[in-house]
Design a protein around this ligand. Structure first.
Ligand SMILES: Nc1ncnc2c1ncn2[C@@H]1O[C@H](COP(=O)(O)OP(=O)(O)O)[C@@H](O)[C@H]1O
Ligand SMILES: [Mg+2]
Length: 290
């Protein structure tokens, strides 16, 4: 069954390459002229990962945090026949990918010309134009109970094009961070909202160096506390029914709990602050080198 799409459906036309990572995403070219990193319905993690990705992307966009444009990508039988290497690898076995609707995260630009980095060295990380988005996305990850650490990709581009609010000169180039991989919000397949103080952090803690007070997480804290139900409804309407299958009631119940917990994000951030600790807590001061 085709989802009720607001935009035109997007079709995969060519495989570029398989990506690394537990979901075994594939980079494809699509017929809208863009390239997408696609996670399939029968990815090794869970079908619900696609729902999490879709909701995560639309919420990040509403919050004003830089993230790739999401799309619902149609993979046809012809595409699968012409690109027979597309499959899910399970040990020594292969699981075929099925025709249908899958989740796509738009690659910024053309992968044949533009380089996208998974990591930046510390000296360049400090120069990322939208470094502040790491504070916004931490508030988001606390709220959404992201069981994974935060992941981002980086690319050098015209800032005005990618960060509309930046006010940069139209020709100025700089590094942009895109927040990606929201598959494990809601604790992945579990659809639970548990709190863990160290969850959701970016592995380079220097991105939080500027934090002096809770107010540094504004305007995102207020936006989350007053998150509009219409944004949730709109996101749900666009999800292909087969991604949700028989889990609709469970999803609704969880999203209701999510909206109710929006005001608790400040507490969750304070709990992270209290929990930041030495990774070797039992390594006492007097135990010096011998
Ligand atoms: N929109 C995107 N643009 C460029 N690269 C991406 C994008 N989305 C994902 N990737 C790349 O694909 C890899 C796998 O995607 P990710 O969402 O992290 O899946 P997984 O759940 O398997 O970790 C990432 O590590 C990143 O390198
Ligand atoms: Mg990942």
């Amino acid at each position: 069954m085709a989802p009720k799409l607001v935009e035109m459906p997007v079709n995969a036309v060519r495989l570029i390459r398989k990506m690394r990572g537990g979901a075994q995403a594939h980079l494809v070219e699509a017929d809208d002229g863009h390239f997408y990193v696609v996670k399939f319905q029968n990815n090794p993690q869970h079908r619900r990962i696609l729902v999490n990705e879709w909701i995560g992307s639309t919420f990040l966009t509403y919050l004003g945090i830089s993230t790739p444009e999401p799309a619902i990508i149609h993979v046809s039988r012809d595409f699968l026949r012409e690109n027979s290497e597309v499959c899910i690898q399970l040990g020594t076995g292969r699981r075929p990918v099925e025709e249908g609707w899958h989740f796509g995260s738009r690659f910024p630009g053309n992968p044949m010309r533009n380089v996208v980095y998974d990591f930046l060295p510390d000296s360049l990380l400090d120069k990322v134009e939208n470094l502040g988005d790491f504070l916004g996305v931490l508030a988001f990850d606390k709220w959404m109970a992201n069981a994974d650490s935060r992941q981002a990709v980086f690319f050098r581009a015209r800032l005005r094009e990618w960060l509309p609010g930046s006010g940069a000169h139209p020709l100025r180039l700089g590094f942009v961070a895109h927040m990606i991989d929201n598959g494990y919000v809601f604790e992945g397949p579990h659809w639970r909202l548990q709190d863990s103080p160290l969850q959701g952090l970016y592995f380079r803690l220097q991105v939080y160096r500027g934090v002096r007070r809770l107010d540094d997480f504004q305007p995102w804290l207020d936006r989350i506390a007053n998150f509009p139900e219409e944004v949730v409804d709109q996101a749900l309407k666009q999800i292909p029914p087969e991604w949700i299958a028989e889990d609709e009631a469970e999803l609704w119940a969880m999203l209701e709990r999510l909206l109710a917990r929006g005001r608790r994000v400040a507490d969750l951030l304070e709990a992270s602050r209290a929990a930041r600790e030495n990774p070797f807590p039992n390594w006492k001061r007097h135990d010096f080198a011998r």
